[in-house]
Design a protein around this ligand. Structure first.
Ligand code: FMN
Length: 200
């Protein structure tokens, strides 16, 4: 499938077929793809938590407002978190990044307010979301990005420290009756001339 077709076909899945699970081989591919996501200065300030165990997935669903049924019926839930312990981030930069990025960090990032740095790091994690949604669609795996969750409860359930939970993505296979599919209701987007400027 060419990428234009992938973009036209992907959509936010609202109803999953609970009987269909994603194979371990494809889950391993998705983990590998997430690891390859690009980030500013190659900072990789993320943690991706894959949850398929029923009890934990159900507990996370119960901390996800109106999104609960999607999570309960999906095959897996992937939780995206950003490193927000900045001492740990500095150590990570020094230990893992190349000289150029380390110098960039020292010159432009190190002394700025913590909130600004955490916002910048969070942007890198959102970028991995785009990468992930596109990869899922290319692999014909359905997905639901969700900010409608309770991040503090997620952190407790998953025992996450030094990272802030930002959002989660349910993945699996759609129920044939899901009315949100583009084949049922088309795609709702602004016109090209409202969002694209061309200077020729
Ligand atoms: C960061 C982000 C958070 C979202 N949060 C939710 C959510 O909590 N629940 C939900 O059903 N859809 C959620 N969506 C889906 C959007 O509403 C959806 O992408 C948008 O309406 C476009 O529709 P499409 O994805 O089907 O093309 C979210 C999307 C993004 C990118």
């Amino acid at each position: 499938m060419d990428f234009k077709t992938v973009a036209e076909k992907r959509y936010t899945t609202k109803i999953y077929d609970a009987s269909r699970k994603i194979s371990e081989v494809l889950i391993e591919d998705l983990k590998h793809i997430l690891k390859l996501s690009p980030s500013s200065i190659n900072s990789q300030p993320w943690l991706f938590t894959f949850v398929s165990q029923k009890e934990t997935k159900d507990a996370l669903a119960d901390a996800s407002f109106f999104n609960a049924p999607k999570i309960k019926n999906a095959s897996h839930l992937v939780v995206f978190s950003v490193m927000n312990n900045l001492e740990l981030f500095e150590r990570h930069v020094e230990e893992n990044l190349a000289e150029g990025p380390v110098n960039y960090y020292k010159q432009f990032v190190k002394d700025q307010p913590a909130e600004k740095t955490i916002n910048w790091l969070s942007q890198q994690v959102y970028l991995s979301l785009g990468f992930f949604l596109a990869a899922c669609a290319a692999m014909e795996i359905d997905s639901t990005p969700m900010e409608g969750i309770e991040p503090e409860k997620y952190k407790d359930i998953l025992n996450i420290e030094d990272y802030k939970v930002l959002f989660a993505v349910a993945i699996g296979y759609r129920d044939a009756e899901d009315s949100n599919q583009p084949s049922h209701k088309g795609k709702s987007r602004l016109a090209v001339n409202q969002v694209i400027n061309s200077i020729d």
